[in-house]
Design a protein around this ligand. Sequence first.
Ligand code: F6R
Length: 316
Amino acid sequence: MQALEWLENMPQQFKKMPVEVVELSPYRGIVFTGMGGSGIVGEITAMFLERRGVDIPTLVVKDYRLPPCVKEGWLVVAVSYSGNTEETLSAVEEAVRRGSTVVSVSSGGKLKNVALQYNLPHVDLPQGFAPRYALGYMLSAVLSLMGMGDISQKMGEHLASYSSVIKEKAKELAQRLKNYLPVVYATPLTGVCAVRYKAQINENAKTLCHTALLPELHHNEIVGLDNYLTRQMCHFLLLYDREDHPRILRRVQITRDILQEMGLVPIELEGEGESFEERLAYLIYLGDWLSYHLAVLYGFDPLPVKSIDRIKGMLS
Ligand code: F6R
């Protein structure tokens, strides 16, 4: 099966790419724009930049329009695996009109043509993948552009060394989640994993998935657990990282205790690895495998995303 082969080989995609590093200091801000499996690349990169102390604002835009602050002096990084996603193309056209600097990443498509037309730097990706299965290539391209190619490379090596552990664990998790609505609770440092888990469970396992983030979930979501439906329908994953704020880690414990009082046993997940980036890669790859195994348990082919294709067709 194609999806299985792509997933098996994903760690190799993270190899550092030989691209020209973009000097960030002259920019007033950075926008990452892209949708779905491509859009998450911007979310991960923005978080990595912030953690490295880059002190210019970073925004993630998943829309046709850019916010008004984005103009000349801003860097816009556009990622679309196919290169044909209309929201991303619209954001890029707007960035060009406003005089922002645009860098793009795709496996071809209209985005590459726009880059050629305006003479913009563009990174070409290998063709023929489903976008979400090319996460490693896209992340490596963007991290390499941002001067973090070595980090990408290390993430890939880490995944390769943990891949059999991850696969086994994911299989067991999928068995526990089957026949429940997966609910993923995450922290500020693992929020991007929750985004990926949801998307992968949606697209691969053709299943709804709910997510909520700490600390905000302690101000609303937590009350929603009172309904008996929670106990009947949901199974909880609780993602966190040891480098989360100490009060966040305390809130993770509180969340676990509240769920346990209700007779619910959340599955607590932290990535394995020395560095934060390695642990994040571990969690993401675990979620990818989990969604794959869930698809198999439900009898779905993980690959086709008919509804997404249908909507794209209806809009064309
Ligand atoms: C499909 C997938 C989708 C796409 C999204 C945007 O595998 O992951 O979420 O990523 O529809 O398309 P691209 O990535 O081509 O811009």
